[in-house]
Design a protein around this ligand. Structure first.
Ligand code: SF4
Ligand code: SF4
Length: 300
């Protein structure tokens, strides 16, 4: 259901409530605001719950790569007045082949508080992304990304630098030999595949589908750990890219409001449908459809 004010959303949770949220990269201004989080906190506390914010460190090098660095960024981004837990490398539990933050799954209830926006791999980043990638440790994040990392045929490279310019992760360097991909930095978005017209970088057959299924399977491990779970997606500041970026690109769609939903798949489907109605060119909807198809195999 769509609301214009976050304070109007009914939330029925109990006990220690983990609020899974992305608090934004350093300099990012479009993540879920601390004002909205404050309203949710007040509501939960009034109903006797003990809420806290939780997230995991990022895979790539940057200020949020360590719990200490992420806590600093969270403060800078307005979350200094809240209890915040950033999972440490040793604080993960194995579930269905993924390592999931203990701080999340040990809570009594889970509130999946997501920002709906574009995403360089999945086209749309919302609840499934927040859970699947967002609750996993670095090893599992890497596992999820791996299938869509491209294949290289360096002898075909014409050293035009186009892929280097388009890579959102700075993972490509063009040397004497040709374009070289740093596997550790690459997140498998396939932007370079679309850019290279020389056949020097190619998609792994079925890689995107496999990666999308892993996103959903990891999210399902988190969901299955809870009897009490609620979803809110903030459809404001709907940017081209995700909150992992200091500069997440253009605003692709006017603000829509706050969505509540019963499942991760349904709230993501509804969010994408609302965005599409506002601007049919806001997102790469054909990639979203592949993501949705793989998610349905896992959730339905
Ligand atoms: S776009 Fe293709 S040809 Fe150009 S540098 Fe990259 S790999 Fe080489
Ligand atoms: S798939 Fe290509 S463009 Fe995307 S992160 Fe990897 S190297 Fe960069």
């Amino acid at each position: 259901m769509l609301y214009q004010k976050i304070s109007d959303i009914p939330i029925k949770l109990e006990g220690r409530v983990a609020i899974k949220i992305h608090m934004g990269e350093r300099g990012n201004k479009t993540h879920v605001s601390s004002e909205d989080v404050g309203i949710v906190f007040e509501r939960l506390r009034k109903s006797g719950c003990k809420p806290f914010l939780v997230d995991t460190t990022c895979l790539y090098q940057g200020p949020r790569n360590t719990p200490e660095g992420y806590l600093k960024v969270a403060k800078e981004n307005g979350f200094d007045g809240f209890p915040v837990v950033i999972a440490r490398d040793e604080d993960y539990v194995e579930k269905g082949g993924f390592k999931i933050a203990r701080a999340v799954v040990d809570a009594d209830s889970l509130l999946v508080l997501s920002h709906g926006k574009g995403h360089v791999i999945t086209a749309y980043g919302g609840a499934i992304k927040n859970l699947g990638m967002g609750c996993s440790n670095k090893e599992s994040k890497s596992l999820i990304h791996s299938p869509s990392k491209p294949l290289q045929f360096i002898s075909k490279c014409k050293k035009c630098h186009a892929c280097e310019k388009v890579c959102p992760c700075g993972a490509i360097r063009v040397t004497e030999k040709g374009a070289e991909i740093d596997e550790k930095r690459c997140v498998g978005c396939e932007c370079c595949v679309e850019t290279c017209s020389s056949g020097a970088i190619k998609a792994r057959p079925g890689g995107m589908e496999k990666s999308f299924r892993l996103f959903s399977l990891a999210a399902k491990q988190v969901i299955d750990s809870f009897e009490r779970i609620a979803y809110i997606t903030v459809l404001k500041n709907i940017t081209q890219y995700c909150d992992c970026r200091s500069n997440p690109g253009k605003i692709m769609c006017p603000d829509i409001g706050y969505l509540s939903g019963k499942t991760a798949l349904k709230i993501d489907q509804e969010a994408v449908s609302l965005i599409r109605k506002k601007n049919p060119r806001a997102l790469d909807f054909s990639t979203w459809e592949i993501f949705e198809r793989e998610a349905r195999k896992v959730f339905l």
